[in-house]
Design a protein. Structure first.
Length: 121
């Protein structure tokens, strides 16, 4: 699959893909249940964060995996906006040197998962 971070239909592509297909993306992809529990964590995100999928799958992303995203810019938007497709500039700070990234927050009511795509700047 030819993954493009800014593709207008990225949410549809992610929903149609299996976890193996997510591995081919060159940007990070975190798939979560609507409650924020990680269901898939691709290799690109693992390289960026230094965390393996086995350490994060099944854990709550915003409180247990990346508490630096548990704020009004990221976690609260997932909690309060049933329709979400936003790209924001962000800096990851937990477990690493401050790392500038672009985040794409993707959520749509009725979908099985919500997604956080991560691209290094």
């Amino acid at each position: 699959m030819n993954w493009i971070f800014t593709a207008p239909d990225l949410l549809d592509q992610l929903e149609a893909a299996n976890d193996e297909a997510l591995e081919s993306a060159d940007f990070g992809i975190v798939a979560m249940s609507p409650s924020g529990v990680v269901t898939s964590y691709n290799a690109a995100e693992g390289r960026l964060s230094g965390l393996t999928p086995s350490r994060v799958i099944g854990r709550h992303f915003f409180s247990a995996v990346a508490p630096c995203t548990n704020n009004f810019m990221v976690a609260q938007r997932f909690e309060t906006e049933p329709e979400l497709d936003a790209i924001i500039d962000y800096v990851f700070t937990l477990r690493m040197e401050p790392t500038p990234v672009r985040l794409r927050l993707l959520r749509q009511a009725g979908r099985r998962r919500m997604y956080l795509a991560v691209e290094r700047r």
